[in-house]
Structure formats: C-alpha cells, structure tokens
Design a protein around this ligand. Sequence first.
Ligand SMILES: N[C@@H](CCC(=O)N[C@@H](CS)C(=O)NCC(=O)O)C(=O)O
Length: 221
Amino acid sequence: MLAILYSFRRCPYAMRARYALVKLGTQVELREVVLKNKPEALLNLGGRSTVPQLLVGAQRFPESMDIMFWAIEHAKDQTMAEQLWPAQAQQQAKIRAWIGFNDHCFKPWLDRYKYADRHPEFPESYYRQKGERFLQRLETRLAHSPYLLGAQMTLADMAVFPFIRQFAGVNSQWFETSPYPHLKRWLTAFLQSDDFKTVMLKYPAWEEGQTPIYFPEPSQE
Ligand SMILES: N[C@@H](CCC(=O)N[C@@H](CS)C(=O)NCC(=O)O)C(=O)O
C-alpha cells in the first residue's frame, strides 16, 4: 500500500516535502487538506495534526524534514538521493544548519512580516529588515555558487526556497527591486522548474472514499 501524504498546496513545509517526493520519484497518495476544515481521518491521528503528515502503515511522520528523509530513503533515483543528502558528515551538518536557521530564526520574522497588521508594535518594514538578515546570508552564499552547498542542489535549497518564495510574495514589488540578484536567480530557477509545476498542481480537498490521487502522477514520474 502507498504511503499517504496529508498536504496543503500553499504550505511551505508541505511544498518542501512534495518537492522532495517529485525530485526523488517517490510516489505517495496525496490528500489535499483545507486547514480550516481538516478531515476527521487527520484529526483522529491526534496531536497537532499539522500538514504535511505522512502515514506509512502505522508509522507517522508529522514533520516535513522527516518526510524529506523518508523520501530520500525510499528514492527511486538513488543518484539524486546521494546528491540531495551527501554522505559526508560535514555536508550534512551544513544542510541542517541552513534548515535550522530557516525554520527557527527566519520563519518567525517571515510570519510577522506577512501578518504585520497582527503585530502592530512595529511597522512592516521592521519585520522585513529582520527577515532580510537571512536573505543577506543566502545572497552572500549564492554569489559564490549556484546552490547553497555548491554546484548542486541539496536538501538545504529544497527546504528553504518555499519560505523565500513566501517572503518575496508579501511585497513582490519590493522584492523585485531588492539588492539580492543571486537569491532571485536561485529562487526563479526553482519557481520556473517543471518539478515545481508538478509540486503546485491543484487538487480538490480530499474526502473519505474518493479515488486516490497518486503524487507525483504516474505520467510525471
Ligand atoms: N514543523 C512542522 C510545521 C508544519 C506546519 O506548521 N504546517 C502548517 C501549515 S503551513 C499547519 O498545518 N497549520 C495548521 C495547524 O497548525 O493546525 C513541519 O515541519 O512540518
């Protein structure tokens, strides 16, 4: 039986998980979730019932990074798996550092920037500047190599770009004129990729008993 992925199209955590599945050619059954109306099957799992969540039989993966590692482990494309998660401990530590910085330091500022009206203690530009510290780090790195760890894409790029996409989308006019040419080049390459088009395909909200949706679709593997 295929693993089941509860997902939400616009969620950056779900996006990174779907991107890994597409890139690695690992197929799951996709269940699109409406966050305001989560299906009973997801709620009944208990806990926070965030998306993405992967169910592999009785095993549950409620964290996007664990889903990415599961995709690596079950990759059809082993060469790609080794590229995305190199065996060297030093490389792995760098990947974890980028993702850790994104998830724990940058994401809180991204949320405040996105919903600045809910955080009136400071103006929107304040939150943006806080977020820009990460953008600057990315820019410095990407000025020297096409991807965060060098010439090839790794889990670090894949896990971070959906959040930069969100940051860019808060005020796209500002982003377009911002001084981050290498970051923009890197982000654009992701957004224009065929893999991302597959990641962003639209599916109706999942309902119990519906015909399974295979993701990636067999023809796109
Ligand atoms: N640490 C989790 C975070 C996932 C997360 O916060 N997802 C959001 C959507 S972007 C969500 O499910 N929010 C609804 C909720 O918290 O109930 C991961 O890496 O997967």
